[in-house]
Design a protein around this ligand. Structure first.
Ligand code: AMP
Length: 190
């Protein structure tokens, strides 16, 4: 199962990716988490990425691709993975196709979690209180939603053109949304 999970910040993508990992027994690969780990470890790459992340911008395509490529080379990805937070723009979607094409293991499906913007803002405000993420301050939140609109939303069309896209209503209880995703994936992944 090689799945891409798409959705705005606050859409519940990270939570659902973790739930899908437990259900299907494949790793959850979050480029945001990989980057936060690099920042925490104080690597050169992490130091480079930190300011951009805190401001809510996108880290350079080359850095994120390098991190992802390294993660995908680990043995636990042989039966697939849930990709969360990548691709974030059309160039990354193309780079992913090139990378996976070389391995003969293309993306199978892209699931988009559909959530209204007003609800996203409310959810992110709640998360700011709970998690104290450096990029959950109001200004960075606004910036991240804008970056999503401008750069990430076109990725939805990218997968639609490839006939790999399924949109799922992301509003509702966590378990309810999860059931919708599993149903949307269909019998192939049952
Ligand atoms: P996330 O945990 O997915 O919300 O990501 C947190 C932050 O990490 C983002 O706001 C970006 O600054 C950075 N980031 C994560 N994934 C990517 C990516 N694919 N491309 C560029 N920046 C990324």
């Amino acid at each position: 199962m090689r799945l891409v999970l798409l959705g705005a910040p606050g859409s519940g993508k990270g939570t659902q990716a973790a739930r899908l990992r437990d259900h299907f027994g494949v790793p959850h690969i979050s480029t945001g988490e990989l980057l936060r780990a690099a920042v925490k470890a104080g690597t050169a790459l992490g130091l480079q990425a930190k300011a951009v992340m805190d401001a809510g911008g996108l880290v350079s395509d080359a850095i994120v691709l390098a991190i992802l490529e390294e993660r995908l080379s680990q043995g636990d990805t042989s039966s697939g993975y849930i990709l969360d937070g990548y691709p974030r723009n059309v160039a990354q979607a193309h780079a992913l196709d090139v990378l996976l094409g070389k391995l003969g293991q293309p993306v199978e499906r892209a699931i988009q979690l559909d959530v209204d913007t007003e609800l996203l803002v409310a959810r992110l405000a709640g998360r700011a209180l709970a998690e104290h993420r450096a990029d959950d301050n109001p200004e960075s939140v606004r910036k991240r939603l804008q970056v999503y609109e401008d750069q990430t939303a076109p990725v939805i069309d990218y997968y639609r053109h490839q006939e790999k896209l399924t949109s799922v209503d992301g509003v509702g209880a966590m378990e309810e949304v999860f059931e919708r995703i599993v149903e949307a994936l269909g019998s192939r992944y049952a």
